[in-house]
Structure formats: C-alpha cells, structure tokens
Design a protein around this ligand. Structure first.
Ligand SMILES: Cc1cc2nc3c(=O)[nH]c(=O)nc-3n(C[C@H](O)[C@H](O)[C@H](O)COP(=O)(O)OP(=O)(O)OC[C@H]3O[C@@H](n4cnc5c(N)ncnc54)[C@H](O)[C@@H]3O)c2cc1C
Length: 455
C-alpha cells in the first residue's frame, strides 16, 4: 500500500468502469481510469449510428469531460497490456507504441469483451463486428457504399450482390441491424436512386438456433419473427457460417445437408463475443480460471481468488451465468465502489447481488420487445418503453436531448441525418479511393465502360 490515499486503478471506461469511477468521486481515494479510446460508448445504440440515425457524438462522451467534476479522478488514454500482480503495477501502451506504468492498491478490470469469430479470425476483415465506434463507422460506410455501388452497375448478379446484406447472429444486435437495413432501404433511401430500387435490397439473417432472440419468452420471440418477416428480413435459422469472403457467405445446415452459398457484398458479424487479449493475459498472471470465452472466475465479491485487491466487473465476469448486459456492468461498478468505501471505513465487504431489471430489443419502427419479470411488452408499448430506458441510461444531458430530437425527426420524416461516411484508412491525400479495396480487394471493374477507378 502507498503512504497516501488508496490508489484505485480502473481499466476500461465502459458501463462498469464509468459507474465505478463516478461513485468513487469525492471519496478519500486517488482514482485513475485508463481507457484505450478515452471515451465512453453507449453500445446499445451503436447500430443506430451504423445505419445513420445517430452520430457518434450522440452515443459517446469524452471520459475526461464526464469525470472532470470529480477532482480525485484522473482519466488517461492508453491500452492496458501487461500486469505484474506481485509489484501491483500495470504497463499501458500509448497509441505511438511507447509505454508507461501505473501502480495500484486496488485494480478494477472492466475491459469488456470483443467480437468472436470462433477460430476464423480471417472472417473479421470481410465481416466487421459491432463493438466500437470504429466498427459502427465501418459498417455505415459498407451499407451506404453498397447502395452507391449498386447504382453504378447494370442489372445483373453483380448488382444483386451489392444489394444483398448478410447479418450473422440472431441476438438483439443482429435483429436490430437487420431490421434497420430493411427500414433504410424501404424508407430513407426509397425514392433517392434512379437506377436501382433500394427496396429490392435483400437482408438475410443467419443463426444457429431455431429462432431469433432466443433469450426472450417464446411468445415475444414469435412476434419478433413475424415483424421481421413483414419487414422483409429473411431468416435462415439452424445454420453454421462456414466461410466469409469479400463477395459472399457460405453456411452449412446444422442438421446436415449441402452447404449454401449466398452472393453478398456486405456481411456483418454479431455472432459471439470473447475476452479482449489483455483480459486473457490478466487471468493468466493472476492464476485465475476462465471459461471458453475468456470470462474470469471470481469470488462472491467479484475479486479474483487469492487477490482481494483485484476486482473483475461487467461482461468479463465469469460467475453464476451473470449476463453480458449493461445493467450487470453498472451494478458491478457500483458494487466495487461500495467495497472500496467499506474498506476505508474498516467494514467487511458484501457479496455482489445482481438485480435483473429485464431486457429489451428494438426490432423496427413501432416495434420493440421488453421483458422484465412478469411484464412482457411488444409493439408500440414495447417501443416506447425501449426508448425511455435507452434515453435514461445514455450518458450526458446534451446527448439525451439531441437523441430524442433525432428520433422524433426520424419518426416524422423517413430520412436519416447521419449518413455521411468517411473514406477510411487512406495513406495519402492523393489516393483517397482505396477505401473499397480494403474491404473488397477482389473487386473488379464492371461493364464495358468501366475503368480502373482514378481520382
Ligand atoms: C451492439 C451492442 C448492443 C448492445 N445492446 C444492449 C442492450 O440493449 N442492453 C444491454 O443491457 N446491453 C447491451 N449490450 C451489452 C452492453 O453494452 C455490455 O454488457 C456493456 O457494455 C458491458 O460493459 P463493460 O463495462 O463490461 O464493457 P464495455 O462497455 O465493453 O467497456 C469496455 C471498455 O474497456 C476499454 N478497453 C478494452 N480493452 C482495453 C485495454 N486493454 N486497455 C484499456 N481499455 C480497454 C474499451 O475501450 C471500453 O471503453 C450491447 C452490446 C453491444 C456491443
């Protein structure tokens, strides 16, 4: 222990880390919050950013700004990369690859999960996941870029492939994305193109289970299936994705049978999650057990066995099948802050108790599901409840106000105000047209007049 105030080091400024830091504001401790992106992202609305309803600024907030009122809280940009539990020292990497160290008395690991490709990491370059703002902007570029590409092509299989969107994973994120792409095509884009009819866009949702949204009650799941079908989302259930390429996807029925190949220039991946690399390293050096996805086994008070000074919270917790939802991360953050305060007061820590406040999923305009204990809502009522809950938990008053305004505008008029996409990782201003080659390297010029793209 240091001679001064207890040093609490929080890794990750997601729901868990942010709620912990906020609750320790004003306590007699020195808090450092380290995050590799320096901002808090409201992940539940990432798909609205990806599909152009909201901007990245509306669903995120600078951690420095958010925590500025708390004088005992410091925020730092850096990626946790190495942990020495004996020395109680963490090494973090700056974006320029230089490193710095941080010493702690209490460590809170809240670095969350990343998209999992189940041993097929090569799929990631063709099928982005949706966990970060970069992912949302990359997906936005692919979605709007696909319609633009189709507009320049003659009718035929190439154009059809650009107008086919494959989404893997029938959980809330996959359902939300699939629904939004069809809504974009049939509402916002419907009357803007001259060559293509955006309403022809095929959206196919793939999942290994028997239906979408398996975590919801069967009657709600059936409603979701019906609404998606009416919206025009094709649901191909009971399949494993066995290949993803820049021009398509192959799936194999779990029950056996021939593989099916779909020509689709846009493939989006929401099929699973796994621990981020640092979490796996931390578990190893702390001697902690992990499950198949890398979640860390913890004691009842969320500390790592044998390390009462190290807490794990949020999606990374591997105990009692705690769900990977925002509410569990927020409650975990508040629990750790309470433990630290009890330590200061010389009182024993209490075990963590998760209160399940229910879950919600957006399907389409006017339709969302909400399940909380015996309460089950769908249709417009579910939609309103979903909206109220999301606004309540969005960080920052300004973000809440502007999000409500954007939603009302989208309801009143079909348009989406944040459709602008950036060209991506271009290396020089002279070659700004490399953006499509990064995502579709096999793309060839089409049609008799086609030329190699130039500036
Ligand atoms: C698209 C999507 C939709 C969702 N919808 C819902 C929903 O509707 N309702 C719901 O309850 N939950 C939803 N969730 C789940 C919810 O967002 C998560 O459960 C929650 O974000 C977990 O919080 P966390 O603090 O554990 O991790 P995260 O919120 O993921 O935060 C982790 C933080 O750690 C940082 N980080 C990662 N690695 C490092 C490192 N090595 N060093 C430093 N910093 C690092 C990241 O930048 C990030 O800020 C959704 C998730 C996604 C992805």
């Amino acid at each position: 222990m240091s001679d001064g105030p207890t040093r609490v080091l929080i890794l990750g400024g997601g729901f868990g880390g942010l709620f912990c830091a906020r609750r320790l504001g004003g306590a007699d401790v020195e808090v450092t919050l380290l995050d590799r992106a320096a901002c808090h992202v409201f992940q539940p609305l990432l798909y609205q950013c990806a599909t152009g309803t909201l901007s990245i600024g509306q669903i995120s907030r600078s951690l420095r700004e958010e925590l500025a009122p708390h004088r005992n809280v410091t925020t730092l940009l850096g990626q946790a990369c190495d942990l020495d539990p004996e020395a109680r020292r963490l090494t973090a990497r700056r974006p320029d690859d230089t490193t710095f160290t941080l010493d702690y008395d209490v460590l809170v690991i809240a670095v969350g999960m990343r998209q999992a490709y189940f041993g097929h990491e090569e799929f990631a370059q063709w099928a982005p996941g949706m966990k970060t703002l970069d992912d949302a902007l990359s997906i936005r570029r692919r979605l709007y870029g696909a319609f633009e590409m189709a507009e320049t092509l003659p009718p035929g299989p190439d154009r059809d492939a650009w107008l086919t969107f494959a989404v893997t994973g029938g959980g809330p994120t996959g359902v939300e994305l699939a629904g939004q792409i069809r809504e974009m095509a049939t509402r916002a884009l419907a009357n803007e193109f001259h060559s293509i009819n955006p309403e022809d866009a095929r959206v196919i949702l793939f999942d290994g289970g028997t239906c979408v949204l398996k975590s919801f009650a069967p009657d709600l799941t059936h409603k979701a299936t019906d609404i998606l079908t009416r919206l025009g989302v094709e649901q191909r259930m009971g399949v494993h994705v066995t290949d993803v390429r820049p021009d398509g996807i192959t799936v194999t029925p779990k029950s056996g049978g021939a593989a099916e190949t779909y020509a689709a220039r846009t493939v989006l991946w929401t099929a699973g999650v796994e621990a981020v690399p640092f979490a796996r390293h931390a578990a190893e050096v702390l001697g902690a057990n992990t499950d198949g996805a890398g979640r860390i086994a913890v004691e009842a008070d969320l500390t790592v066995p044998g390390h009462p000074e190290v807490f794990v919270i949020g999606d990374l917790v591997g105990r009692d099948h705690l769900p990977g939802v925002a509410e569990n991360a927020m409650q975990g953050g508040l629990h750790v802050a309470a433990c630290v305060r009890r330590d200061l007061a010389g009182k024993p820590r209490k075990p963590y108790r998760y209160r399940d406040l229910g879950s919600a999923a957006y399907i389409s305009r006017g339709h969302a599901l909400l399940q909380a204990g015996p309460v089950k809502l769908s249709g417009v009522l579910g939609w309103i409840a979903w909206g109220v809950i999301h606004i309540a938990f969005l960080t920052g008053v300004q973000n809440r106000a502007s999000t409500v305004t954007s939603w009302l505008a989208t309801i009143a008029r079909a348009n989406r105000t944040d459709r602008t996409f950036i060209l991506g990782a271009t290396t020089s201003p002279e070659h700004p047209y490399d953006w499509m080659k990064v995502t579709h390297p096999n793309m060839v010029a089409h049609g008799p007049d086609a030329e190699k793209p130039t500036d």
